[in-house]
Design a protein around this ligand. Sequence first.
Ligand SMILES: NC(=O)c1ccc[n+]([C@@H]2O[C@H](COP(=O)([O-])OP(=O)(O)OC[C@H]3O[C@@H](n4cnc5c(N)ncnc54)[C@H](OP(=O)(O)O)[C@@H]3O)[C@@H](O)[C@H]2O)c1
Length: 274
Amino acid sequence: MHIPQTGLVGCGVMGSALAQGMIKGKKLKPGSLWLYDRYEESMVRLAKELGARPTSDIEELCQNCELIFLAVKPQDMAAVLGELKKHLKSRRLLVSVAAGITTGYLEGRLPEGSKLVRLMPNTPCLIGEGAIALSPGSAVLREDIDLVKELLEPLGVTVEVQENLMDAVTGLSGSGPAYIYLVLEAMIDGGVEAGLNREAATRLAVQTVIGAAKMVQITGRHPAELKNAVTSPAGTTSAALWVLEEAATRGNFIAAVVEAARRAGEMAGESGDD
Ligand SMILES: NC(=O)c1ccc[n+]([C@@H]2O[C@H](COP(=O)([O-])OP(=O)(O)OC[C@H]3O[C@@H](n4cnc5c(N)ncnc54)[C@H](OP(=O)(O)O)[C@@H]3O)[C@@H](O)[C@H]2O)c1
C-alpha cells in the first residue's frame, strides 16, 4: 500500500497518540510525518521524540502532505479550517478526531472535493488498546478508508460506522473507559472490605477485567453464556449477581450509555455542528 506524506495539525494528547502509534507501529517513516501546532513547544518535543518534521508554516505542511490528521479541540477547528482552505490542494484526504464536528461541517469549509474521514478514538489509544470508530464523508473512496485503517492499526481496533451513530459511539467507547474504571475501583474496594490488601486486590481486579474481556474477544461467545458458565447453583457468583440485578446494575449501565450518547448529541448542537 502506498503511504503518502502525512501531516498532523495539533500535537496535544490525541495528536501525539496518533503520531506515536503510527511511527512506533512502523506504519509511517518518521521523515514522512509533518507536524504543526500553534504551541511550538509540544510540536518540537514530539518531533524530537519521533524524528518527525516540525513546521511552523501550515502552508508547507499543506504543500507536502496528501493526508492530514486534524487533532485540535472542536472550538479551534474553524480557525484551522480557515488556514487550510487557503493552502490545501484539491482532493486531499483529511482525518478529524474532533468530537461532535461532522464531515459535512468540515467539507463545507474546505476546498471542493476534499475527502473527510471522522474518527472517534478513546484514551486507551495511548497504549495501543483503543476502540476507534470511523465514518467516511461523501467523497471518500474505499482505498482511503483502507489507508486510514492501516495507519491506525497500532492504536487499537477500528470499527466503521455510519456518521449518525457517532453519538452512540461516544456514549459506548468514548466515555466507556470511565465506566470500567468505576467498576474496577468498586471491585478493588470490595476486595479490601473482604480482607485483601489494596495491592493484591488491585492486581486481581485488573487482571479479572482484562481476562473477562479477552474471553469474550477470543472465544466469540456471548457474555451471558460466559457468565452462566461461572454461575453454579446456589453458589457465590449467583449470590453476587442477585445483589447486582436487584440494584438494576445492568439497566443502569444501559441507561448510562444512552445518557452519554444523548449528551454527546446535545453538545454537538451547542458547538454549532451542521
Ligand atoms: N484527549 C482525548 O481523550 C480525546 C478523545 C477523543 C477525541 N479527542 C479529540 O481530539 C482533539 C484534540 O484533543 P486533545 O485532548 O488532544 O487536545 P489538546 O491536548 O489541547 O491538543 C490540541 C493541540 O492543538 C493546538 N491548536 C489549537 N488550535 C490550533 C491551531 N489553530 N493551529 C494549530 N494548532 C492548534 C493546541 O494548542 P494550544 O495548547 O495552544 O491550544 C494543542 O496543542 C479534540 O477535538 C478532541 O475532541 C480527544
